[in-house]
Every structure is written in C-alpha cells, then in structure tokens.
Design a protein around this ligand. Structure first.
Ligand code: IDP
Ligand code: MG
Length: 132
C-alpha cells in the first residue's frame, strides 16, 4: 500500500468543504490514516513549498497557505500518489478535467482547494513534514 500527502487548503476549509472533500477521498478508495487541522505560519508555508522559492508566485502562495486553517491528511491506497493526482486534476481549475476535485470546487490557479504529493520522493518529504 502506498501513502501520499494531501492538504485541504484554506479556500476549502473557509467554504466548509471539508466533509465533501473527505467523502470524495473515501469514495475513491483512499483510506484516511492520519489527519489534523492546523494553521501554518508564513515561514512554515515557505518551508513546505521550498521547491517553488524561485517562482514568481512564491510570495502569494505562502501568504495564501498561511491565511487560514488547513487540513493535512495521509491517504493510503494502491497507487495512491498517481491516483490522487488524477482525482484532484490540473493545477488550474479552469484546465482541470471534468469531475476532478479542482474542477468541482477550485477557485483559481492559487486557490485550488487541495494539494497532493507529485511523486514518491515528494511524499517521503511531505508526510514527515506534518506527521513526524
Ligand atoms: P500542484 O499543486 O498542482 O502540484 P504546483 O505547480 O506544484 O502545482 O504549484 C504549487 C501550488 O502553487 C499550486 O497548487 C497553487 O496553489 C500555487 N500556484 C501554482 N501556480 C500558480 C500561479 O501561477 N499563481 C498563483 N499560485 C500558483
Ligand atoms: Mg506540486
């Protein structure tokens, strides 16, 4: 069984979409194995998204991710990493395939409601970041 990290982002907790999103994960066959609600400081958000620090949206991203409650979750399933990326859809909700989570509830390229690890290497760093 593979594990991946997802984060329900501030735009989704703010709009009371937590139950809906958890239900989508469970219906898609993911087991919720760890979960908590918390707030990140801008510094912590910066550390989580360190790989993007040279990108033009880094400041906006770390402001946004520290703007309200987030819910990091470890999900488990066969092929969890790739399957979760498919379930959430493209980064920009306007480009996300029909029926994906970002298509359904995402607002814009920044406020796209959910994070998901993009590889085994990322999951191995991202899971202990929140669940050490
Ligand atoms: P991903 O979340 O689909 O893996 P990444 O390219 O890794 O997308 O970007 C990380 C996060 O940074 C995105 O989910 C989104 O919240 C934010 N982001 C990406 N591109 C932009 C942008 O052009 N403007 C604002 N925020 C962005
Ligand atoms: Mg990414």
């Amino acid at each position: 069984m593979e594990k991946t990290l997802t984060i329900i982002k501030p735009d989704a907790t703010e709009r009371d979409l937590l139950g809906h999103i958890l239900n989508r994960f469970e219906k898609a066959g993911f087991k919720i194995v760890e979960m908590k609600m918390m707030n990140l400081s801008k510094d912590e958000a910066g550390r989580f998204y360190e790989v993007h620090k040279e990108r033009p949206f880094y400041g906006e991203l770390t402001d946004y991710m520290s703007s309200g409650p987030i819910v990091p979750i470890v999900l488990e399933k066969d092929n969890a990493i790739a399957d979760l990326r498919l379930l959430i859809g493209a980064t920009d909700p306007a480009e996300a395939a029909s029926g994906t989570l970002r298509d359904e509830v995402g607002m814009d390229k920044g406020r796209n409601s959910v994070h998901a690890s993009d590889s085994l290497e990322s999951a191995a760093i991202e899971i202990p970041f929140f669940f050490g």
